[in-house]
Design a protein around this ligand. Structure first.
Ligand code: ATP
Length: 368
């Protein structure tokens, strides 16, 4: 949205060295992050990692213990929520039960002493935006969970805030509504160009909605990146394991491009980040990157024979548990495209040639 003003490189939100203590417990440990104007950023991580704490610090609802937060060039570190510029949507819809949908949406505007007719016009506009124009006179209890959350979204956007904060807004909804609203929120955010931060512990939600994902663990940011980069090139084993499914195969680094795994040497093209020959490592490969080494691959590197221990039909793929004969009892999870499984007539206990594409492998120091 802000590409037009030529100021896209300058962060809209700047979080610097933020810490948050609850008594002796440190929920945020020196967190720094820049969010660009118009960006959709997801805070993702396991329960208790500090996502909500960071979001609440940005809103001023539960201020940081130390560190600085800047929004639109303004130091907001010490401002109360009422003097900050954001709209927020919580997991529980948090609508006023005794107010109509229209009055819920207009609540913040009435408090800004906007003229009644003006408030009405704005509410109609917002309800149209979230597809609820025909529900304006209903009360929250008369709406479905998904509709209530759309009202909450309209209310959060009513004052045209510079920052939209979403705290697990979809997690109370059933799966189908969640998928639908995911798309709606994303479309709406793009259309309005409002800088948005969403807290979620649902990796699929983060991967599909975010421009950038901030992966957190134990009060620390582990990685910040675009969904494809986080998934394809995780910075460490925690991120690799937390996002998607990953095979971790224990081995030994024997040279800059080779790992000994069981009785064979595997060639890889992974960055080595301070690793040296002799180090114990995990060689990582995603299930969908394990390839059937048929004639389609001319000279596959890292080829091996593997017995199919197990084959589960998942629709577009079969998830296979493979026991490669050279890997001394290690089990490899592989997602084999259904068409290929049918073409090769694969079944449990059969042996098939597989390959681990060297450019798709990642190598990490083995956990001590
Ligand atoms: P979840 O997905 O479960 O909400 P989260 O990543 O959002 O997890 P936070 O709610 O930010 O986690 O909490 C981070 C840590 O801080 C947790 O260990 C939590 O127990 C602790 N914590 C949060 N609020 C308080 C509080 N008011 N007093 C004491 N400890 C707190």
């Amino acid at each position: 949205a802000s590409a037009a003003n030529g100021d896209t490189a300058r962060p809209y939100l700047r979080i610097e060295n933020v810490r948050k203590r609850f008594g002796a417990f440190e929920a945020l440990r020196d967190v720094s992050l820049d969010v660009l104007p118009g960006e959709f950023v997801c805070f993702l991580g396991p329960s208790g990692c500090g996502k909500t704490t960071l979001l609440r610090a940005i809103a001023g609802l539960d201020p940081q213990s130390s560190g600085r937060i800047e929004q639109g060039g303004r130091d907001i570190s010490l401002l109360p929520p009422s003097q900050r510029d954001f709209g927020i949507v919580f997991q529980s819809y948090a609508l006023f039960p005794n107010l109509s949908v229209r009055r819920n949406v207009g609540y913040g505007l009435e408090h800004r002493k906007m003229r009644r007719a003006e408030v009405d016009r704005r509410c109609t506009e917002l309800l149209e935006l979230v597809g609820l124009a025909d529900q304006a006179e209903k009360y929250p209890a008369q709406l479905s969970g998904g509709q209530q959350q759309r009202v909450a979204l309209a209310r959060a956007l009513a004052t045209s805030p510079g920052l939209l904060l979403l705290d697990e807004p979809l997690s109370a909804l059933d799966a189908k509504v969640r998928l639908h609203l995911r798309q709606e929120i994303k479309d709406l955010q793009r259309r309005l160009g409002v800088t948005t931060i969403m807290v979620t512990h649902d990796q699929e939600e983060a991967l599909t909605m975010a421009d950038r994902i901030v992966v957190m663990r134990s009060g620390v940011i582990e990685q910040v990146g675009r969904p494809g980069d986080i998934y394809g090139d995780p910075a460490n084993p925690f991120v690799a394991d937390f996002i998607g499914t990953m095979n971790f195969l224990p081995g030994t680094l024997i040279g800059p491009r080779h790992v000994r795994l069981g009785s064979i040497e595997i060639e890889h093209a992974a960055p080595l980040d301070g690793l040296a020959a002799g180090d114990s490592v995990s060689l990582c490969v995603r299930p969908e990157d394990v390839a059937i080494a048929d004639a389609a691959i001319a000279a596959p590197a890292n080829r091996m024979q593997a017995r199919i221990a197990d084959l589960d039909f998942l629709g577009n793929v079969f998830r296979a548990r493979l026991a490669p004969d050279c890997l001394e009892g290690m089990i490899l999870t592989a997602d084999l495209p259904t068409a290929q499984v049918r073409q090769h007539g694969l079944a449990t206990d059969q042996t098939l040639p597989i390959a681990l594409p060297s450019e798709r492998l990642r190598v990490y120091r083995a956990a001590p």
